[in-house]
Ligand binder design. Structure first.
Ligand SMILES: NC(=O)c1ccc[n+]([C@@H]2O[C@H](COP(=O)([O-])OP(=O)(O)OC[C@H]3O[C@@H](n4cnc5c(N)ncnc54)[C@H](O)[C@@H]3O)[C@@H](O)[C@H]2O)c1
Length: 344
């Protein structure tokens, strides 16, 4: 039995609490939050759980693992403190606010033989996994470009911008699907509501093999949109997280046929003919389980099995590398910034 301590029970923490409470082989023993009203929510709903205002007390409450659902800027110091006390750690996205911090957490966890996991929930999402299966099977042909929109009239954060708050999901999905790190990023961000906290971000990424990707994130939009479109040489696939049919596969594409040979010397039309095809739209059946439930189970299983979780520290660090480069690009008014490291 793994005893879990949850830190942070604001908006996202209750979802982690609910899922860990039904997860086999673990028990949520204690919850810490600096806000009493969030602790009251816990004692009302889960009277057996110990509650405290103090993170230090949480670490002393006989737990084996810590789950951090606190604001992003606290992740590094709280995760470090937990690892130093020999606790396994699940950190909600983003893993840390810099590459340097992320690397330090990975080194510390490795040195102590502890599990460090990043909460990249969408890598546990059945629709995203179906999309990966489609792409890996080659059914869509060569992927040309991806574009992702995560928009909402939503919760405006005062501590971090829309890039660090929303884009970790899109970046983790793209790296997962493409299986490689992007080479460079150029990013523009616009702050309208609060000074220096960008509400809207437009990011362009170049991946190896001439794959292009674009990410748009915003909490200042009239509509809730969570959509990723992949255009391949053979098929086009849309993943729409808010639709009933989350994956839509369009049998659409444009091929270039070399007609020089058939025209011989009378090549008046140029060398190529463009052949367009548009066939059926397929909606694959997806057996959907709550992605967060899968994520929580993976954390517990990886501790039991003494192995790295699917979204381990390195996985979290890859996303932070892209975020850090994108932030630099915002500060340089959209100039392209190269991203260090390739996917292993
Ligand atoms: N995976 C997902 O889909 C997803 C979705 C939403 C949020 N998140 C992540 O979850 C984390 C929390 O986000 P949120 O929207 O719930 O934020 P929030 O501000 O609503 O909640 C954070 C909570 O942490 C508490 N807190 C702050 N410092 C603390 C400390 N030192 N010790 C104990 N408690 C402390 C606050 O009182 C608050 O209740 C963020 O990292 C966010 O990126 C992930």
């Amino acid at each position: 039995m793994i005893n879990i301590g949850l830190a942070g029970c604001g908006y996202w923490g209750p979802n982690l609490l609910r899922n860990f409470s039904i997860c086999p082989n673990c028990k949520v023993k204690a919850v810490a939050d600096i806000d009493d009203k969030n602790l009251k929510y816990v004692t009302d709903k889960y009277p057996k759980i110990i509650t405290t205002n103090s993170y230090k007390e949480l670490l002393k409450s006989g737990i084996d693992a810590v789950v951090l659902a606190t604001p992003a800027r606290t992740h590094f110091s709280l995760a470090k403190e937990a690892l130093l006390r020999n606790k396994h750690v699940l950190v909600e996205k983003p893993l840390a606010m810099s590459v340097k911090e992320g690397k330090a957490l990975i080194n510390l966890a490795d040195k102590r033989g502890l599990c460090l996991m990043a909460g990249h929930t969408f890598e546990y999402n059945a629709a995203v996994r179906e999309l990966k299966k489609q792409l890996d099977s080659g059914a869509a042909g060569k992927p040309y470009y991806f574009y992702s929109q995560r928009l909402n009239f939503g919760i405006v954060r005062e501590d971090i911008n829309a890039l660090w708050n929303l884009a970790p999901h899109d970046i983790s999905i793209l790296i997962y699907l493409i299986g490689k790190m992007p080479l460079n990023v150029s990013c523009k961000g616009y702050a309208f509501i609060q000074e220096k906290i960008e509400d809207v971000v437009f990011m362009s990424l170049t991946f190896p093999d001439n794959i292009a990707a674009h990410i748009q994130v915003s909490w200042l939009d009239p509509n809730k949109v969570r959509r990723l479109t992949v255009v391949g040489s053979e098929k086009m696939i849309v993943y729409d997280d808010v639709a009933d049919s989350k994956i839509q596969i369009f049998d659409k594409g444009i091929k270039r046929r070399n007609i020089k040979d058939s025209l011989g010397a009378y090549d008046d039309f140029g060398k190529y003919q463009l052949i367009k095809h548009a066939g059926d739209v397929i909606f694959p059946q997806i057996n959907f389980a709550e992605p967060l439930k899968e994520e929580c189970q993976e954390f517990v299983d990886s501790i039991f099995e003494k192995r790295k979780p699917l979204t381990d520290g390195e996985n979290g660090l890859r996303v932070v590398k892209v975020l850090e480069a994108a932030q630099k690009s915002i500060e340089k008014n959209g100039k392209s910034v190269s991203i260090p490291g390739t996917r292993t």
